[in-house]
Design a protein around this ligand. Structure first.
Ligand code: CDP
Ligand code: CDP
Length: 234
């Protein structure tokens, strides 16, 4: 069987994980797996069914009624919630907030663990999230911790929202980002943290293209190393 090669990318909200990972995946011919979208899909269900996620029984009952599906079409990941495409509906501020609350629950992380590992077993993937290098794919041959200052990350989100014609304030966005960082980094279960063997890439002063080039270069080197090691073992 052909071994698959995985790249793990973790980092805080707005660091550019999805933008950079999608582009690098395209250049490398890898599948881009967005794990945040999976947490968002569960969060959407909790919001729509008014589930009190602090109530363990209610949470578990809801989880037993959720079937998460992932589909890839022209390099785009689509999310299915009980068979319905919710890819558009999971991109709201309300879902972002609920996702980081829901994602702190062990039962929720447990539900997504195998799905995420299974996706990486058969294909070369670039997977992004918060705990990919530390928990989901601890043996990934290339791990990157992508970050940028919270000011810069807020500026990026602000620019995106402005483009969509949404009214918002930069201060408000920065506060929301810092709150979510805090929740994601300080939870007991799989907190956001840089894996010991991850390469730190601060993109505060990098363009998207520069960040993508760095990752593609790192991937090419890591793949050559992996091949050499494989050859030495034969
Ligand atoms: O996935 P994550 O939350 O880490 O970030 P994102 O959704 O990819 O959003 C990052 C935003 O910053 C996008 O609008 C990018 O175009 C922009 N950006 C970037 O990703 N990387 C840079 N080096 C500069 C800007
Ligand atoms: O795009 P953005 O960085 O704003 O968020 P996302 O990657 O879509 O993730 C939404 C939320 O899901 C995060 O704030 C995390 O709380 C949670 N998440 C997680 O806990 N573990 C992951 N592997 C991915 C996301």
């Amino acid at each position: 069987e052909v071994m698959s090669f995985s790249i793990a990318i973790d980092g805080p909200a707005g660091a550019g994980k999805s933008t950079v990972a999608r582009c690098a995946a395209q250049k490398l011919g890898f599948v881009y797996v967005d794990t945040g979208a999976m947490y968002r899909t569960i969060a959407l269900y909790m919001l729509e069914h008014k589930v009190d996620v602090e109530n363990q029984n209610a949470l578990e009952k809801a989880l037993s009624q959720i079937e998460i599906g992932v589909r890839y079409q022209d390099g785009m990941q689509q999310m299915l919630l009980n068979g319905v495409d919710v890819s558009g509906r999971i991109r709201t501020q309300e879902v972002s907030d609920q996702a980081s609350v829901t994602a702190a629950k062990p039962a929720v992380r447990e539900k997504l663990l195998n799905l995420q590992r299974e996706l990486a077993r058969h294909e070369n993937v670039i997977m992004d999230g918060r705990d990919i290098g530390t928990r989901i794919l601890p043996d990934a041959p290339l791990k990157i911790f992508l970050t940028a200052s919270s000011r810069e990350r807020a500026r990026r989100r602000y620019a995106e929202l402005q483009q969509k014609g949404e009214v918002c304030s930069l201060e408000e966005i920065q506060r929301e980002i810092e709150e979510r960082d805090d929740r994601d980094s300080h939870r007991a279960e799989a907190p956001l943290r840089q894996a010991d063997d991850a390469i730190l890439l601060d993109t505060s002063d990098l363009s998207v293209e520069e960040a993508v080039d760095r990752i593609v270069n790192l991937a090419e080197t890591a793949m050559r190393d992996a091949k050499r090691k494989e050859g030495a073992r034969r």
